[in-house]
Design a protein around this ligand. Sequence first.
Ligand code: ADP
Length: 402
Amino acid sequence: MNVLVINCGSSSLKFQLIDSAGEKVIAKGICERIGIEGSRLVYTPVAIGGSKTIIEEAMPDHTKAVQMVLDALCDSKIGVVKSLEEIGAVGHRLVHGGEKFAASTLITEEVIEAIKECNELAPLHNPANLIGIDACQKLMPGVPMVGVFDTAFHQSMPEKAYLYGIPYEYYKKYKIRRYGFHGTSHNYVSHKASEMIGKPYEESKIIVCHLGNGASISAVRNGKCVDTSMGLTPLEGLIMGTRCGDMDPAIIEFIAHKEGKSIDEIMEILNKKSGVLGISDGFSSDFRDIEDAYLEEDDVVGKRCLEAFSYRVAKYIGAYMVAMDGVDAICFTAGVGENSPIIRNIICDNYLQFLGIELDQELNNKRGQDLIISTNEKGPKILVIPTDEELMIARDTSALVK
Ligand code: ADP
């Protein structure tokens, strides 16, 4: 079955058409600047070996964007299907499913209402995701749609991992707790890891380090997530591109008093001006720039950022080994995790030596493939696994639609 995977943001819409039986991408692309001047569709018909096509056309709303995607997919020259009938289902990436969704689900009217109830927990993302569902329903009536939530995979966490040390009434009243994000990636990578180390998923202990601009770690024991570093929102945990990660909450009050800033202004700083961008004193949030600085032996930017970032990752690996009573595989994925041998080296050489881990530098320098990059016979293995959230969404969608 061909599954159209949609990842809808407030002004963009990423898509892939995936043949779920052969697990192959047929076409992919992105609509940019929806509702803003200068909107365009960037489209690549992968299956027919076509090159990237850019279609510049006004997209006043998401319905127009979806219409342009469908037109491109069915086009006589650059299209990959004859008609919309060849698209069997749509899988939507949804950010927050709260406690209501512990798995992917067929989208019905009740499900849409339940997603709306989670809007408060992800005010920037969930409403945009819902707009994407609405646009697809308008243009593809009768085609089954599935919602795949970023939070669902983490719903298996035990209470001791998801409760914060704050008055319980806030959990009861507002559902303030750890939810975790990037769940589709953690799910995909942990499954792949168990295959690669040759141990059944239900019997393995896996740590997934999803290190991108946004970054999170999870502990997956016997096929279930038991802890993860992001929390109520994606601000908690690791030091990220622009987000602060873990810090003393009293810092908020301190800055408010010293700088005369409002809570909203401080939250903007913690979300958009912190992380490595903040630590590098505004130099860059992009890890490629930070790495270049590190290679040029710039102690202030390169060393300071990469050491703080890597140390935090290593601390979480330690904590999750304790949470799972050991670990079989430690996986690196996402933009930084997949592409940065330097960061993998700092983490493994500086902090994981006590586990006997040794990296093969030739393998560590390869890119774009699933690899076990450690050579030690004993102890946990170190894996690099390019994540594939779209494929996971297509798999869940076709399974639910069948
Ligand atoms: P997100 O999905 O959270 O936006 P990605 O997973 O796409 O993030 O990761 C983006 C990050 O990956 C950027 O900081 C980018 O610099 C980093 N990255 C990409 N390629 C490399 C590389 N070769 N070396 C180091 N970092 C890289």
